[in-house]
Design a protein around this ligand. Structure first.
Ligand code: PLP
Length: 374
């Protein structure tokens, strides 16, 4: 990465040094965490330490953490394992929520990017069949923080479960499962500086999620499969470092805001999405009318700067801008929107370099448009 600038933390974050140490230490040892001999017990100790570290990040009891293969699996387990006849999900949820319950009724979103809770109340009241409501802690595209505690209170009054995909919020803002009132929380290690391919589903005390991956009795029978000891150890180390680094993360907001201020000065009519709502300190989603998102992403990549358009999808394609569409943004503007997401490695000098490169790209594009028109 040397000489290159990484501003795509919401896609994945660099592995933290603490996580790398924990992963390599675990990988250097043999041992199945289910074995009763000393090697197995050492592996088990790594898993249980990580369970305490991950639980602490969200104020949960260690015994309520179920390790999974990532945020996607955690979302699938939360929404599919125990099939409640009715499901509700905000229209801006991650694909792993929307696809896990393709039958979910979509909650509309207000123009500022927050889920419309009066609609949730009405929808839940329409029927009394058992329901699950899924509302993310923070949106991966806009960074808008969702009113999860209020949604949980509404869901519980209607006898529904509240699942919160906290993959983007955890490690960026303080999270407490009891304060959120969530019944289930999903986390992913690679968004907080842990390795890819490991995550967790965390239940409030007294709730035992039904199993989703079937097989052996690992994870107290709630998730089969030999534990990914190295990945889990790295996740735990990253969770501890992320919890200790929350203040530093909060300090990214002024840097992000100064960046947006300078972009706004350069481009009259720059649209900044989710600006009026509480947002993650590291995320900026904006559009310069007429400048296609792909042009920006490729132009910045040529300068060695990583930003993104839409959410990163498995095949490298960019998904339809459904998050902005749900916020009522018109399609032409939505297709010009890019996301810049900062993190603990980001420096003011990197933001200066990005602003310079991006405004130069904008000026070239604007000059090209003027030439074409003339
Ligand atoms: N939920 C949200 C909000 C995300 O941003 C992501 C990843 O982009 C996921 C879930 C999926 O997590 P994972 O990549 O660990 O499967």
């Amino acid at each position: 990465m040397s000489g290159r600038i990484y501003l795509d933390f919401n896609a994945t974050a660099p592995l933290r040094a603490e996580a790398l140490d924990a992963v390599t230490a675990a990988m250097a040892e043999v041992g199945n965490a289910s074995s009763v001999h000393g090697f197995g017990r050492a592996a088990r100790a790594r898993v249980e330490r990580a369970r305490r570290q991950v639980a602490a990040l969200v104020g949960a009891a260690p015994g309520s953490v179920i390790f999974t293969s990532g945020g996607t699996e955690a979302n699938n387990q939360a929404l599919r394992a125990e099939s409640r006849p009715r499901a509700f999900a905000a229209a801006i949820e991650h694909e792993s929520v929307l696809a896990a319950r393709g039958d979910a009724v979509l909650l509309p979103v207000l123009p500022d990017g927050r889920a419309d809770l009066s609609a949730l109340e009405r929808m839940l009241a329409a029927d009394d069949a058992p329901a699950v409501v899924s509302l993310m802690l923070a949106n991966n595209e806009t960074g808008v923080i969702q009113p999860v505690a209020e949604a949980a209170a509404i869901a519980h009054r209607a006898g529904a479960l509240l699942h919160c995909d906290a993959v983007q919020g955890a490690g960026k803002v303080p999270v407490d499962i009891a304060a959120l009132g969530a019944d289930l929380i999903s986390l992913s290690a690679h968004k907080i500086g842990g390795p890819q391919g490991v995550g967790a589903l965390i239940a409030r005390e007294g709730l035992a999620p039904a199993r989703f991956v079937h097989g052996g009795g690992q994870e107290r029978g709630m998730r089969a499969g030999t534990e990914n000891v190295a990945g889990i150890a790295g996740f735990g180390a990253a969770a501890e470092a992320a919890a200790a680094g929350l203040d530093r993360f909060a300090a990214l907001a002024p840097l992000r805001d100064a960046m947006l201020h300078r972009l706004r000065e350069a481009v009259s009519g720059l649209a900044v999405f989710g600006d009026g709502a509480p947002r993650l300190p590291n995320t900026a989603k904006f559009a310069a009318p007429g400048l296609a998102a792909e042009t920006q992403v490729m132009g910045m990549d040529l300068e060695g700067i990583a930003i993104s358009a839409g959410s990163a999808c498995s095949a490298g394609k960019v998904s339809a801008p459904y998050v902005l569409t749900a916020m009522g943004v018109d399609d032409a503007l939505a297709r010009c929107a890019v996301r810049v997401s900062l993190g603990w490695t980001t420096t003011p000098a990197e933001i200066d370099a990005f602003v310079a490169a991006w405004t130069a790209l904008w000026r070239r594009a604007a000059a090209g448009t003027a030439r074409a028109a003339g």
